[in-house]
Write a protein that binds this ligand. Structure first.
Ligand code: DSN
Length: 433
């Protein structure tokens, strides 16, 4: 192919992606979301080309007059939103946030207790990921399958016996709040720290529909900024512990980042302001939608293993699809019908089942952001039944999915670009559609 043909191809692939994911597909991946038009405009700035090592007003680079002020605003707005004293906004992802905290609190050979992998601990919490790369040993906390949560009594005993350097809660399959208070007390009694990774539920915490672990005794929380909190992809650390904050801030640069991808900052600030204004309404609707969607899935004939617990208190739930051919087949067929979900390990799966696990994981944040309410999610449950239970041709169901999606293309609970901003901007860069 000529360079010209390559150029046309890359632009066409990008267009095809944008059209598919913005206008034609229903995205149910619980770790994804979309920014508002104003946050997107604030993301696409010259800051993406600049460097800023160090902290605001104490940089190793010049040219950061405005970046410094924006970064300070992000810290201030996120502190207000999360009702904490200290926010470190420089990690470029949740995994980098975890790496920095794990490294400050642990050394090679130390032990950490984590939520069980099959029950949703993030790979960065484990010996297979960041914790392992730091040489820290992972030991899984006992899990109560009936309650779909960490088994508190056994976990407290384990903390007292193992005496780890830290305990990590939170994860990626996260329907019910983990027992932060009890494990913080246990950790503190043996001189350990409690880290809570709230990546999945940051927007729910901001909207006051999920407990804030820092208010429940966790020493430090880590997160990404693009799941239920609908900001740009990035990471964040927050705490009320001044000493710990200073230690983390001292080491995150140069240990884990040099530049921290500055174009994230204005978009994160816009999203924080949106969440201060609309966050409660948005978070409440996310959870209402998740409960109604899970209930509708059961009514359509799917197995939701947390039905006896009221399905979920968060933005997500899982379906056991073993009898429908397994997670890989189910997720593939749904994708052919333009319904995007994850395949996911369920608690009884061995780790090697990761390529074809028992479950699929579904979440409501993105489609709620596009304005879907409970009735729309009931429609989605019906369309999923047509594909997976009635075994209809996914290509036929896809037509109905596209029709449904047409009604939900504008981002709600966020800001549009004000007309006067559009008129005064000298740079006009449309998304390729
Ligand atoms: N947390 C992962 C997920 O839940 O999809 C992404 O890092």
């Amino acid at each position: 192919m000529s360079l010209r043909e390559d150029l046309i191809k890359v632009l066409e692939l990008t267009r095809a992606h944008n059209r598919w994911r913005r206008f034609e597909a229903i995205n149910l991946i619980p770790s994804e979301n979309v920014m508002s038009p104003l946050a997107e405009a604030a993301y696409f700035t010259d800051m993406m080309h600049r460097y800023a090592e160090g902290k605001p007003r104490k940089r190793y680079y010049q040219g950061l007059t405005y970046v410094d002020e924006v970064e300070l605003l992000v810290m201030d707005l996120m502190s207000k939103l999360l009702e904490v004293r200290f926010v470190e906004p420089r990690p470029i992802s949740g995994t980098v946030a975890n790496a920095a905290v794990f490294r400050v609190l642990g050394r090679p050979g130390d032990k950490a207790l984590i939520a069980p992998v099959q029950a949703g601990a993030h790979v960065s919490h484990t010996k297979f990921g960041t914790l392992g790369a730091l040489g820290i040993e992972h030991i899984e906390l006992p899990f109560d399958r009936e309650r779909w949560n960490v088994d508190v009594d056994k976990a407290v005993k384990m903390v007292e016996e193992v005496k780890p350097k830290f305990v990590t809660l939170g994860g990626s399959v996260y329907m019910f709040p983990h027992p932060t208070k009890e494990l913080a007390n246990a950790a503190h009694s043996v001189g350990a720290k409690l880290i809570h990774d709230v990546a999945h539920v940051l927007g729910l915490i901001a909207g006051k529909v999920w407990p804030n672990p820092i208010h429940e005794g966790a020493d430090v929380a880590t997160s990404s900024t693009h799941k239920t909190f609908p900001g740009p992809q990035g990471g964040i650390i927050f705490t009320n512990d001044e000493e710990l904050y200073k230690e983390i801030s001292k080491y995150i640069f140069p240990w884990f980042i040099s530049n921290h991808h500055l174009h994230r900052l204005p978009a994160t600030a816009v999203t924080a302001i949106e969440m201060l204004e609309f966050g409660r309404e948005y978070a409440e609707q996310i959870v209402k939608n998740a409960k109604a969607f899970a209930q509708a899935c059961v009514e359509e004939g799917f197995k939701v293993p947390t039905e006896h617990l009221g399905f979920t208190q968060s933005h997500m739930f899982v379906i056991d699809v073993r009898e429908l051919g397994g997670g890989t087949k189910a997720a593939t067929l749904l994708e052919q019908a333009n319904i995007i979900v994850n395949k996911n390990l369920l608690p009884w799966d061995p780790p090697e089942a990761v390529k074809d696990p028992s479950g699929i994981r579904l979440g409501t944040p993105e489609m709620t952001r596009y304005g879907m309410k409970e009735d729309a999610f009931k429609e989605i449950a019906k369309l999923m039944r047509e594909v997976l239970i009635d075994k209809k041709d996914p290509q036929q169901v896809k037509k109905k999915v596209i029709e449904l999606r047409k009604n939900y293309v504008e981002v709600k609970y966020g800001y549009n670009i004000p007309k006067e901003e559009l008129e005064k901007t000298p740079i006009k860069i449309p998304m390729l559609l």
